[in-house]
Design a protein around this ligand. Structure first.
Ligand code: FPP
Length: 243
């Protein structure tokens, strides 16, 4: 990476990825059912998405449901799916009107057809937008994504469209769900946990990390702005030495 490009990447994180953790604990502390925590989490999503363009963020990727989250109690999983449908029903028109381009990452075949249709419709309707690129990860796992990418790559080789010796990192990245998107510069995880939990494993090779104590429903645009200002003071060397 050229020096000026590195310096620029240090100032403004173009791509912020967030692991929205702690909805359950937020609810439990208030004596509420876990789903109320997820509903409050959906409200926090709205405020953070709205704040991104003013904060200079071009790409925002949110971890909404992991490939491991199916292990939760059946009522919680179905409640989350209902919440995603409700969010899309309520927010799609406004997201499109506000210039947000929405893309979903993750494996879709396990999701209900109603939800997938709403996801695809929003992707189509927002395809020409470019004010903010919002990626929502549903039934997403980094290992699953890389396995699916490897399968597509193997298929291309088997069909003679790609020579094994010609395979580059760029080829592989292009087969990921995030193909064409820049890598995240900054990953934020709420609720005090310090794990990456199978999120964007390939893409976060050089990301900075911010682990913050508050649970996701308490996360605000002001808090995001604070984290960005800490980030802008960090030096990212991308494997090189200081300039
Ligand atoms: C993790 O908290 C959160 C989730 C598994 C769900 C994330 C979903 C939302 C924020 C709702 C809406 C999202 C969109 C995109 C509309 P947790 O339940 O694991 O919390 P805990 O660790 O305290 O139990």
């Amino acid at each position: 990476m050229r020096d000026e490009a590195r310096a620029e990447a240090c100032r403004t994180p173009a791509h912020v990825a967030i692991i929205m953790d702690g909805n359950g604990r937020w609810a439990a502390r208030r004596g509420l059912p876990r789903l109320n925590g997820h509903k409050a989490g959906a409200d926090a999503v709205r405020a953070v998405v709205e704040s991104c363009p003013d904060l200079g963020i071009r790409y925002l990727t949110l971890f909404a449901f992991s490939t491991e989250n199916w292990r939760r109690p059946r009522e919680e999983v179905s409640g989350l799916m209902t919440l995603f449908r409700r969010y899309l029903r309520k927010e799609s028109a406004e997201l499109v009107a506000k210039g947000v381009r929405v893309r979903f990452i993750g494996e879709r075949s396990r999701l209900g057809t109603g939800l997938v249709e709403m996801m695809e419709a929003l992707e189509r309707r927002s395809a020409a937008n470019d004010r903010l690129f919002l990626n929502i990860a549903i039934n997403y796992g980094g290992r699953d994504e890389m396995t699916r990418a490897a399968r597509k790559l193997a298929q291309a080789v088997a069909e003679g469209r790609l020579e094994p010796e010609a395979v580059t990192e760029e080829h592989f990245a292009g087969f990921l769900d995030t193909g064409g998107l820049p890598d995240p510069d900054l990953v934020i995880r709420t609720s005090g946990e310090t794990r990456i939990s199978n999120f964007l494993l390939w893409q976060c090779a050089y990301a900075e990390y911010a682990f913050v104590e508050e649970c996701w429903p308490d996360f605000t645009p002001d808090r995001l702005a604070e984290i960005l200002s800490v980030f802008s003071g960090r030096e990212r060397r991308f494997g090189a030495v200081s300039v």
